[in-house]
Design a protein. Sequence first.
Length: 47
Amino acid sequence: MTPERLRTFPGFEEIKEDEAKHVIETLECFCGIIVKHISKKEDYEEP
């Protein structure tokens, strides 16, 4: 994800470069947490 790509989404059209980078870093962090959570859940569900 780049700041330019982020600006294509509704609500982010006017976001500044440094703010966009912070939003992208935060989204990447949340995505990592979600992937880890889902991976752990799948480990418990296997027979």
